[in-house]
Design a protein around this ligand. Structure first.
Ligand SMILES: NC(=O)c1ccc[n+]([C@@H]2O[C@H](COP(=O)([O-])OP(=O)(O)OC[C@H]3O[C@@H](n4cnc5c(N)ncnc54)[C@H](O)[C@@H]3O)[C@@H](O)[C@H]2O)c1
Length: 434
């Protein structure tokens, strides 16, 4: 396999996670340039991948003007910049790994797909869950036909309250006006992608959805609560006290302290405490400018008559992604957190079923002590492993599909939002591309 050259666009958390593959597998990948509009991050990226000064950029336009050859660009910019940057990268003829969501607008999605076709550019969307041993193995069983075609899929996503508060109540995905994505597209385009990819023998045709914000609202703030936790009379008793959450527990430090341009291990306690006095991470969870829902349900009908439902709930005791697929001659049931699922196959003679546990903890090769490969249950690492084959033009797993088979889940999200906001059933049949 030829060693590939990649360029990092957006040297934040996600872009770095993908590019770190080059540090683990230097014989397969080299990061040759970095672009970040934030000079500090661009410089940190350059240091991390040993990139010379002349290949460290703070503007994508400057990078494109420099005409640097590479096999692909890793686009790890934030949601609101995906469209603008993706169009420039494709326009310049580069292949790209593009973070999800591709974009939050259907028209923009179509523009990206059409330009990629015109320029003959390969785009690999970071639907990292596809690449996990759990969903990959489920996909192989479905595609084998062993239990027949999918009739019904039930997916549930429970977002643990620590994660939900950090990313969707105080975090940068809390406000659609700012981030451009609502909860569904930001958190669940993975789940809608799974629904469509696992069932890609057919295409989604109708969608309906309900979604509400009912807990993280001003009305639920304790009486007399102040906007910032540091001065709040309830700070000792409140389970969401920012000091406990963000300093003592410090669940997701690379998000919380993102606004301080310093390496994480150099930020002092005093700096953190001061930061929380004026940053949204220090605000009362009932009084931030969160404008997205905290729970949503989605129903999807496919052209072949199969159905799917997705439930996402933000603020649960435990994180959990559960799947139950009912096929013509069997079922699949499991939680990705367990990394194993039950496969039930009908027993025609006894009019019952056989149940087998597929335990992926036993058969996958991931080193569970290596933090750099366990992100998204191994999905981040396996995505890059497959990307090496894809951009080398070699045969790859069923997880990698071209952009046409990566957009159905996004179309379901857009339709669900239209349904939720207008209380209608949305027909997406005519919107499909390709
Ligand atoms: N696949 C997944 O499961 C998953 C998980 C979390 C986040 N994400 C997505 O990953 C993306 C990045 O999230 P993150 O948490 O790494 O964000 P981040 O803020 O840590 O990193 C984004 C970086 O992009 C830079 N940037 C923004 N606009 C730019 C531009 N026009 N040109 C160059 N650089 C630019 C920022 O300065 C920042 O350094 C988001 O779209 C997010 O939704 C995906």
């Amino acid at each position: 396999m030829k060693k590939l050259k990649a360029v990092l666009l957006g040297a934040g958390n996600r872009g770095t996670i993908y590019c770190d593959y080059a540090l683990r597998k230097p014989e397969e990948l080299e990061i040759i340039a970095v672009i970040d509009t934030n000079g500090f991050r661009a410089a940190e990226g350059a240091k991390r991948y040993n990139i010379p000064k002349e290949k460290c950029f703070t503007s994508l336009d400057d990078f494109i003007a420099a005409n640097i050859e590479c096999d692909f660009v890793v686009n790890g910019t934030t949601d609101r910049y995906h469209y603008e940057t993706a169009m420039k990268v494709i326009g310049a003829g580069y292949n790209m790994i593009l973070e999800k969501p591709i974009t939050s607008s259907k028209q923009e999605l179509m523009n990206i797909v059409n330009l990629a076709k015109e320029k003959n550019v390969k785009i690999l969307v970071c639907h990292v869950l596809r690449y996990t041993p759990f969903y990959h193995s489920i996909k192989e069983i479905i595609d084998s036909g062993k239990i027949g075609k999918i009739m019904n899929m039930q997916l549930n996503e429970h977002v643990w309250y620590g994660h939900f508060v950090n990313s969707y109540v105080r975090g940068k995905s809390r406000n659609q006006a700012y981030s451009t994505s609502g909860l569904l597209i930001a958190k669940c385009c993975h789940d809608t992608d799974l629904i469509c990819w696992l069932n890609n023998a057919s295409a989604p045709s109708k969608v309906s959805s309900f979604g509400v914000k009912s807990f993280f609202t001003k009305e639920n703030a304790p009486k007399g609560a102040t906007q910032y936790c540091y001065e709040c009379p309830h700070k000792q008793s409140c389970m969401f006290n920012a000091y406990k959450f963000e300093i003592e527990k410090d669940f997701i430090p690379f998000y919380t302290w993102h606004g301080i341009d310093k390496p994480l291990n150099e930020i002092t306690l005093e700096e953190k405490a001061e930061y929380l006095k004026h940053n949204v991470y220090g605000q009362c969870v009932f009084q931030t400018d969160m404008d997205i829902v905290d729970k949503q349900t989605v129903s999807v009908q496919f052209e072949n008559g199969s159905l799917a439902t997705l439930n996402v709930v933000g603020g649960t005791s435990k994180a959990g992604r559960h799947i139950h697929i009912i096929c013509e001659y069997g079922e699949i049931v499991g939680y990705i957190e367990d990394n194993k699922y039950k496969l039930r196959v009908f027993d025609k003679d006894e009019i019952t079923y056989h149940e087998e546990e597929i335990d992926l903890n036993e058969i996958n090769d991931i080193d569970k002590d290596d933090n750099s490969v366990i992100g998204h249950y191994g999905g981040d690492h396996y995505l890059m492993q497959e990307a090496m084959k894809y951009f080398n033009g070699l045969s790859h797993s069923v997880c990698v599909t071209d952009i046409n088979d990566s957009i159905h889940g996004h179309l379901v999200c857009y339709a669900a939002e239209e349904s939720r906001l207008n209380s209608i059933i949305v027909d997406i049949k005519d919107d499909l591309i390709g």
